[in-house]
Design a protein around this ligand. Structure first.
Ligand code: C5P
Length: 416
């Protein structure tokens, strides 16, 4: 399991550091390539030369070049080491080292390297039993575990001279090895998501209203007319507008998405409810994005009780037209910027241009919902953004978030 694996062994400053020499040996015996990093405190107990001799690999201590004539090893390229390693074992993980790791500090080579290393980390604590049970240490351990670090339970037994018995002994090498085997058995770690680049604050302090998701139009208490809108496009708009500095109100039909943080959400079910929420917010809005798939019509007389088979269900369902929310806001006039969608199946971009004028919108994003990777439920979208001057801008295929950002950036240029 461990043959050929590349492991960095991080050694902290504890009496138990001498045991990590045996651990290094055991890892080598099992076929690992082991490079060692020692903290400054570790070097009070053990030396880089010891580990270099045991592993046949460099042992590193310094992040920066040291003064000429100094006997310490040359500086280590922590980024190159991070690319080399497949796993890290921190043994002994002292209270200080755990605290610095939990705090995300990078004040020496080992902690700097750990931040640059995206792979799995096993930490084997060793310390005085009172230190281990200190709330601060336990808080750091909980933090590290939540971050995905495998912090092993220290062993029970005789501690350093004069400390008696207790929890705090460095876990046995066999336990560390088996934790490392588990790590490799679990397969490659999930890559940490790269954070999106920060959005320019183009909507700083602007009031943005976004509609999202489908609406449901009740036939009776257990049946409704709706459509397969997932709400993803609207939620992507809400999050992007928030990240661009906007104060966002999301008027959402029923969807399975969690409410985005930092966004006010009004949950609605029917088109009439969505209309009420939007009309209440629109007068003070700078920008409104109509990303909802509003049901065009609703049953004229929804039944208050569940319809039985053979009742109206098999007859003709009489429908009435829902108000067009975007057109109503368009008719309000004012200088706010209105962005709509034209999700079409077969119609051309001209249909989007027609809707733009008919509804009084500034921008309309046309998409062909029959295309793979566009429209309902998809993760991505491809749209043609039409404007009042006959301009057509192709956006995507790209994530709905990226499409939203681009459309919002265009809308921001139209704000007064
Ligand atoms: O359904 P239609 O293709 O006309 O929708 C185009 C745009 O109008 C979309 O942005 C949609 O959110 C909006 N709309 C609305 N209220 C409706 C119907 C559509 O706001 N009742």
């Amino acid at each position: 399991m461990l043959r050929g694996r590349k492991v960095v062994l991080g050694v902290g400053g504890s009496v138990a550091a001498y045991k990590s020499a045996a651990l290094a040996r055991e890892l080598v015996r099992r076929g690992c390539a082991v490079r060692t990093m020692l903290t400054a405190a570790a070097q009070h107990f053990v030396t880089p030369a010891l580990f270099a001799a045991l592993t046949g690999e460099a042992a590193a201590t310094a992040l920066f070049p040291v003064r000429q004539g100094d006997a310490t090893p040359p500086p280590t390229d922590h980024v190159a080491w991070a690319a080399w390693a497949e796993a890290a074992v921190i043994a002994p993980a002292t209270a200080d080292l755990l605290g610095r790791m939990a705090g995300g500090l990078a004040d020496d080579l080992l902690t700097t390297w750990l931040l640059a290393f995206p792979g799995p980390v096993v930490a084997a604590p060793a310390m005085n039993r009172h230190m281990w049970s200190h709330p601060a240490v336990q808080r750091n351990v909980a933090r590290l575990r939540a971050d995905g670090v495998r912090v092993l339970q220290p062993g029970f037994g005789a501690l350093a001279a004069g400390e008696g018995e207790g929890w705090g002994r460095l876990p046995d090498a066999a336990d560390v090895v088996s934790a490392l085997e588990d790590v490799f058995a679990a397969g490659p770690p999930r890559p940490r998501p790269e954070l999106p680049p920060p959005c320019p604050p183009l909507l700083r302090e602007r009031a943005v209203v976004v509609t999202a998701g489908p609406t449901r139009e009740p036939i009776d208490p257990v049946r409704f007319i709706s459509n397969p809108s997932s709400g993803r496009m609207g939620y992507a708009f809400a999050e992007a507008a928030r990240d661009m500095g906007g104060r966002v109100l999301l008027v959402s039909g029923p969807v399975a998405l969690p409410p985005p943080a930092g966004v006010d959400v009004v949950s609605v079910t029917t088109a009439l409810q969505m209309r009420d929420a939007v009309l209440a917010a629109a007068p003070t809005a700078d920008l409104v994005v109509f990303a909802a798939a509003v049901a065009d019509s609703r049953p004229a007389e929804p039944s208050a009780t569940k319809l039985k088979k053979g009742q109206a269900l098999e007859g003709t369902l009489s429908l009435v037209r829902n108000p067009d929310i975007s057109a109503e806001v368009g008719a309000m006039g004012g200088r706010r910027v209105l962005v709509g969608f034209a999700a079409e199946a077969g119609a051309g971009v001209e249909e989007a241009e027609r809707k733009l004028r008919a509804k009084g919108l500034q921008l309309v994003a046309f998409n062909d919902v029959r295309e793979a990777g566009a429209g309902f439920g998809a993760e991505t979208n491809r749209v043609v953004l039409v404007d009042r001057d006959g301009g057509r801008e192709e956006i995507g295929p790209a994530s709905k978030r990226a499409v939203a950002e681009r459309i919002l950036a265009r809308a921001a240029t139209l704000l007064p």
